[in-house]
Ligand binder design. Structure first.
Ligand SMILES: C[S@@+](CC[C@H](N)C(=O)[O-])C[C@H]1O[C@@H](n2cnc3c(N)ncnc32)[C@H](O)[C@@H]1O
Length: 320
């Protein structure tokens, strides 16, 4: 695929301005909101919005609304990416140093707020989780989506209080729960011991870089974690990397919703995920997605979606 002449001229015009170059360079590192971009660029939001609109119109970047906020990321179209990569390659590293420092500040503030939240709520997490959804129905659907097992190795990323491990651990020869919060891990340790599970390893780690071996688990779970993350697509890619041939990834999170207050009060970064978006991420990560399952709330609350995807077995992969 390539741009026609008019598109190429429009894209080159859109790139050919200092602030817009800075924006492209920033979006190459992270998905960002107008508010965050305006803080990093030290320019007003209306001014930044004008630059963004021009680049959206030229097909260089994508705008994606999430609740009442709007985020931006680089376009996933090939010609646009080729042009952006080429232009960014020409820039020397010094050009964006100050912006990178301010981007790091934004990330640090975001992460500090999220981890302070989890350290604080760890003791009440099981109660908070049950405020949003009917857990019994969700857990029954998770058991069904996971399949009967037995599993060689289950990995639960962002394990929190370890609920997924206690739900599925008995079907696994061994399990690993990974989390960034030591407080959460301590609670998970107690819960796992109480459930009588001894082949469970609880480790401190980051979902974006788990350091777990490739293709090492036949069941990987990411339960109610993605909506806290600035780059959920990368977390999905890392989770998928762990799935062994013939193994399965289960992602459980909210369908798109409009409860803006969850951002401030509970540090949600994304207000749910659309099926199309998740299907694309899973496919790009080399997995074969199944039909998602949506579990609407009984009365008030949020719809929970379960997205399942498998890595083809060696035999399926070689027959394809
Ligand atoms: C909402 S809790 C969900 C916990 C558990 N999966 C559940 O459903 O009960 C989200 C968990 O993700 C963890 N978390 C957030 N960002 C993370 C990251 N980058 N890497 C690993 N864990 C992370 C938090 O510490 C928290 O325990």
């Amino acid at each position: 695929m390539s741009f026609n002449a008019d598109q190429t001229v429009e894209a080159l015009r859109a790139v050919g301005e200092p602030t817009r170059l800075r924006v492209l360079s920033l979006l190459a590192g992270d998905e960002l909101s107008v508010m965050e971009l305006s803080r990093i660029l030290e320019q007003s939001q209306p001014r930044v919005s004008r630059h963004l609109k021009l680049m959206v119109d030229a097909g260089l970047i994508e705008r994606f609304p999430d609740g009442a906020r709007v985020f931006y990321r680089l376009s996933s179209d090939l010609p646009a990416r080729r042009l952006i990569d080429t232009v960014l390659d020409l820039l020397d590293d010094a050009a964006g140093e100050a912006d990178d420092r301010r981007l790091d500040d934004v990330r640090r503030d975001r992460e500090a707020a999220a981890s302070a939240y989890f350290e604080r709520v760890a003791p009440q997490w099981d109660r908070i989780r049950s405020l949003y959804v009917c857990e019994t129905a969700v857990e029954a659907a998770i058991l069904e989506a996971a399949g009967d097992g037995p599993f060689e190795r289950v990995v639960d990323l962002g394990t929190g209080s370890g609920r997924m491990l206690t739900l599925l651990g008995k079907k696994a020869r061994m399990s690993v729960g990974l989390d960034l919060s030591q407080n959460m891990l301590n609670i998970a340790r107690t819960n796992v011991a109480r459930a009588g599970l001894d082949k469970v390893e609880l480790r401190h780690g980051d979902i974006f870089s788990t350091r777990l071996p490739q293709h090492s688990a036949d069941l990987v779970l990411v339960h109610q974690v993605l909506h806290y993350l600035a780059d959920p697509a990368s977390a999905v890619a890392e989770a998928a990397r762990l799935v062994a041939p013939g193994g399965r990834l289960l992602i459980v999170d909210f369908a798109p919703h409009a409860l803006e207050h969850l951002r401030e009060e509970h540090q949600h970064r994304r207000l749910g995920f659309a099926d199309d978006e998740m299907r694309r991420w899973l496919g790009e990560a080399g997995l074969k997605p199944s039909e998602p399952v949506a579990l609407p709330p009984d009365t008030e609350g949020l719809t929970v979606s379960i997205w399942t995807a498998e890595r083809p077995s060696v035999a399926e992969a070689s027959a394809a």
